[in-house]
Ligand binder design. Structure first.
Ligand code: PGA
Length: 256
């Protein structure tokens, strides 16, 4: 059985004080013993180390929101995968729609980052998702296919245990408009079939495919109940412990 992963993406939010408070609130409130649920938070880079010292020894794992593909050197402002493992990150989010559409990242750049992070032993949460205009013109599947092909180019089946896919329809991110459970399930089913055709049935069955886009406590249960939805990538609702914990609890309820 696939484990649920509930991942928080804090984006460019929080202060040193609020990051500590939020991390502590989650550590105090989370209970995952004997469940098939994993929990991850991804604070901004400046707060990773201090959050690490709070989540250490708890079931809350630490991820980063980006990484650069070069190992070291004259790349002002960038952070390498090696630096992330050095400070205790287990995961990294790559190809988030804000990096694609606001910061201009191509599938080619994302693919280089995927390889660099896999080489360092990080688990990569690779985000894919269509724009509203893609959905309205029936291009959702071809956009997902292009992003999967591009992002995973050269990644062998043996490395896929370290990849998590996050399906995030861009029109649902931060908008309060969530994909319906049926829309989410259809996209997840498409992605799982793609994995089966391009890798193999075993890889496809084992992979976690998360849904992201306006997930909250009130809709988590019905989204996570879908056969091919194995967790959530949560932005806004991951910024308050009392909003993130109910999403984790929905997964715990479904896993037991
Ligand atoms: P949201 O963001 O939950 O605020 O819609 C999700 C994401 O961007 O990962």
């Amino acid at each position: 059985m696939r484990r649920f992963l509930i991942a928080g993406n804090w984006k460019m939010n929080s202060t040193s004080a609020s990051a500590k408070e939020l991390a502590q609130g989650l550590v105090d409130g989370v209970s995952l013993k004997d469940t098939d649920v994993e929990v991850l938070i991804s604070p901004p880079f400046p707060y990773l180390s201090q959050v690490k010292s709070i989540v250490d020894g708890s079931p809350v794992q630490l991820g980063a929101q980006n990484a650069y593909f070069e190992a070291q050197g004259a790349f002002t402002g960038e952070t390498s995968a090696d630096m992330l493992t050095d400070i205790g990150c287990s995961h990294v989010i790559l190809g988030h729609s804000e990096r694609r559409h606001v910061l201009g990242e191509s599938d080619e750049i994302i693919n280089k980052k995927v390889h660099a992070c896999l080489n360092e032993g990080l688990t990569v949460i690779l985000c894919v998702g269509e724009l509203l205009k893609d959905r309205e013109s029936n291009q959702t599947e071809s956009v997902l296919e292009t992003q999967m092909k591009g992002g995973l180019k050269g990644v062998e089946a043996g490395a896929m245990g370290k990849i998590v896919i996050a399906y995030e329809p861009v029109w649902a991110i931060g908008t309060g408009v969530t994909a319906s459970p049926e829309q989410a399930e259809a996209a997840h089913q498409f992605l799982r079939n793609w994995l089966s055709e391009n890798y193999n049935a075993e890889v496809s069955e084992q992979m976690q495919i998360l849904y992201g886009g306006s997930v909250k406590g009130s809709n988590a249960n019905e989204l996570l109940s879908q056969t091919n939805v194995d967790g959530a990538l949560v932005g806004g609702a991951s910024l308050k412990a009392d909003q993130f914990l109910p999403i984790i609890e929905a997964a715990v309820g479904l896993s037991s």
